[in-house]
Design a protein. Structure first.
Length: 273
């Protein structure tokens, strides 16, 4: 927990720290709340309260508290780290990644932050970006065993993707006229962020069997961001029990071509040593 400057605020901070050390986070939160009331513009008081709220499982208040602490003190690195970790725990992986990258701007030679960035990329299956982040962590600190272990894990995941890719390619070679075999291959390419290949496979599927695209969208809802359908295929979807999680772009229903929206991922800062 962070220390305070105001004596009265510090007294409540000490009470909160003592309660937190004993595992009584409810009392800790109450004490830190008193510190915030005394000094509402003190970023460290906000940080302490948010941390106690996080331990209590009140994620919404904790997120708001960390954000407020960062607003009051944009250099408060611990707030970024805790907020990024909390976003990750909640499955808000893009927010987690963005928060860690903001922290890296404050401290670009912190190997633990690169570890966090790598973990955020890994959770989103952005393996090449994860590899870059873990490597940077090891450049900064060759003794960072977590970064080394996670790098090995990502390498194995990439190898597994490649094995699955080759196996699916072989299945298609065995029966290239079977449009349904292309769906898993397209999904694998999407997981690997190889969007051009995914679109090429989807084009082949459309040529072989127009009805396989609605079926693919039902089994892989994320494909609805990438694949446009014809009016006939729209009717097939409407008559089924399938409700894609991601709606089709409104202006693509009338066309038989593909729709592509490539997400732009922010680059990692480059460190010149």
């Amino acid at each position: 927990m962070q220390q305070a400057s105001n004596p009265e605020e510090q007294a409540w901070t000490d009470k909160g720290n003592a309660a937190a050390q004993s595992g009584d986070f409810e009392s800790a939160a109450e004490a830190f709340e008193q510190a915030v009331l005394i000094s509402p513009d003190d970023a460290r008081a906000r940080y302490n309260l948010a941390l106690a709220q996080q331990y209590l499982g009140d994620s919404e208040l904790a997120i708001a508290g960390y954000r407020r602490a960062i607003d009051l003190d944009p250099q408060l690195l611990d707030a970024y780290v805790n907020l990024g970790n909390l976003y990750g725990e909640l499955g808000l992986n893009e927010d987690s990644l963005e928060t860690f990258q903001q922290a890296l701007e404050l401290n670009p030679e912190n190997d633990e932050l690169y570890l966090n960035v790598g973990d955020a990329y890994r959770t989103q299956n952005l393996y090449q970006d994860a590899i870059q982040a873990y490597r940077q962590a090891l450049i900064l600190n060759p003794e960072n065993t977590n970064a080394r272990d996670n790098l090995l894990d990502v390498r194995e995941r990439v190898n597994d993707q490649l094995r699955r890719l080759m196996e699916q390619e072989r299945r298609i070679d065995d029966d290239p006229s079977n449009a349904s075999r292309y769906a898993e291959l397209a999904s694998l390419y999407l997981d690997m962020r190889r969007y051009d290949e995914a679109l090429s496979i989807a084009n082949q599927m459309l040529a072989l069997d127009p009805q396989v695209v609605p079926a693919m969208i039902c089994s892989q809802p994320s494909m609805s961001r990438w694949v446009s359908v014809t009016r006939q295929q729209k009717l097939i979807l409407a008559s089924s029990n399938c409700h894609p999680m991601m709606p089709m772009p409104g202006n693509t229903w009338e066309h038989g071509e593909l729709y592509k929206e490539i997400p732009m991922m922010p680059s990692l800062p480059i460190i010149v040593r």
